[in-house]
Write a protein that binds this ligand. Structure first.
Ligand SMILES: Cc1cc2nc3c(=O)[nH]c(=O)nc-3n(C[C@H](O)[C@H](O)[C@H](O)COP(=O)(O)OP(=O)(O)OC[C@H]3O[C@@H](n4cnc5c(N)ncnc54)[C@H](O)[C@@H]3O)c2cc1C
Length: 382
């Protein structure tokens, strides 16, 4: 189905992103999987191509466009290579910068944004803790004032870009009695005394991502590292999770659509009982249903992209886009594995990896249950 949200400029940008992927990232795809990380040269080349600064104003090394449809094009093309590549790049360029742009002081913007746009400073966001991720208001990492400094203690887990990050936005409790209103954000620099990283975690999928734990032991920082007002951290996270969720939805659909298209090629070639397996009525109908689900989901997600660009996307609609796209992605990829038969279970096949990679999209960025909780509350159901 023709998508009406893009102009010729977006199409031209898509071509340039494809060239970047084909020239710089795809040749290193196996290395990224093996090493559980994206090579720094890939980050730097993405920076040189202007692909890391779409959410950063031009004066800090970013882009003059400030049109969320470009972010969507970028996420789609990255997802076509791999879900983890898209996730790592997306956390860095789409999720984290808006916190700094909207709430950073002038000094903080000048200090951190240019390095993020160039790829010299990889950034992560650390909200989830070993004791829980869904209930962010209950987080336990503390930041206690000591004269002119804050002393941060605690740990975070499952942090994308965690092992390679040079910077991390960290949510910490600054008031033990104030619940959600007692959380403050800080930007910590790798190498700061007491800030250490675990080894990349052994995950079911998303092999390219260096997801890891972060530990804080008496990390001392000044107010220059506090992002936004004291006690506003929870509100800022809720505000920016809308962009994280629409970005996740964009990636989910693009990833599923790509693997579905590769599967369509496969079922036309693979023969059983003297005919292409795609021609069996069961498989034909199954594929017809999956293609329809992708198209219908794409239409909703496209409207969310447009609304977000205009500043109109509600957290509830972002929650709908996130959970539904993750659900459809899971359904599509599971069917694709089935259509590949035994090959679908072999790690050397993209479909197998994509299936493993996709499982987490129902869990992260706010689990699908939490998305339904948000939608349900909006329906006046408590
Ligand atoms: C690969 C990967 C990358 C990640 N990257 C990041 C990152 O970069 N930064 C970061 O901060 N976090 C990251 N996360 C963490 C992710 O956001 C959390 O795993 C997620 O929010 C769920 O938190 P949890 O794992 O603690 O599960 P829990 O909160 O313990 O939830 C467990 C289960 O209970 C369900 N549940 C919880 N509350 C309710 C409720 N009220 N109603 C119904 N069901 C409920 C959940 O849906 C889930 O199914 C990542 C996770 C993974 C796996």
């Amino acid at each position: 189905m023709r998508r009406a949200i893009f102009t010729e400029d977006h199409d031209a940008f898509r071509d340039s992103v494809r060239q970047f992927i084909d020239r710089t990232a795809r040749p290193r795809a196996e290395e990224m999987i093996r090493e559980h990380s994206i090579p720094r040269e890939v980050w730097l080349e993405a920076g040189r191509q202007g692909l890391l600064g779409l959410s950063i104003p031009e004066e800090y090394g970013g882009s003059s466009a400030q049109d969320y449809r470009f972010n969507a094009v970028l996420a789609e093309e990255q997802s076509r290579l791999s879900a983890a590549f898209s996730s790592c790049m997306g956390i860095h360029s789409d999720v984290c910068p808006p916190y700094l742009v909207a709430h950073g002081t002038e000094e903080q913007k000048q200090r951190w944004l240019p390095g993020i746009a160039s790829g010299e400073q990889i950034i992560a966001i650390a909200m989830t803790e070993p004791s829980g991720g869904s209930d962010l208001a209950a987080l336990k990492t503390t930041a206690v004032r000591d004269g002119e400094e804050w002393v941060i203690n605690g740990s975070k887990t499952f942090i994308t870009n965690g092992h390679s990050c040079d910077l991390a936005i960290v949510a910490a409790r600054t008031d033990p009695t104030a619940g959600a209103k007692g959380i403050t954000l800080f930007v910590l620099e790798a190498g700061t005394q007491g800030f250490t990283k675990g080894e990349p975690l052994d995950k079911v999928g998303q092999d390219e991502a260096d997801t890891c734990e972060l530990f804080f032991t008496d990390v001392r920082v000044s107010d220059e590292h506090r992002l936004g007002a004291e006690g506003r951290g929870f509100i800022l996270m809720m505000e920016h999770l809308t962009q994280e969720r629409v970005g996740a939805a964009v990636s989910n659909v693009a990833h599923a659509a790509q693997i579905l298209s590769e599967t369509l090629d496969y079922v036309k070639e693979r023969k059983a009982f003297g005919q292409a397996i795609g021609a069996f009525q069961h498989n034909k109908f199954l594929l017809a249903e999956l293609v329809t689900k992708i198209d219908v989901t794409q239409a909703f997600v496209d409207q969310c992209v447009l609304a977000h660009g205009e500043g109109d996307l509600t957290p509830v609609d972002a929650a709908k886009a996130k959970w539904w796209s993750a659900h459809v992605q899971g359904e599509v990829l599971d069917a694709c594995v089935q259509l590949y038969g035994g090959y679908g279970f072999m790690n050397e096949y993209r479909v197998a990896r994509a299936w493993r990679d996709a499982r987490v999209t129902r869990i992260w960025a706010g689990s699908n249950e939490i998305m339904k909780e948000i939608i349900g509350r909006d329906l006046g159901l408590g």
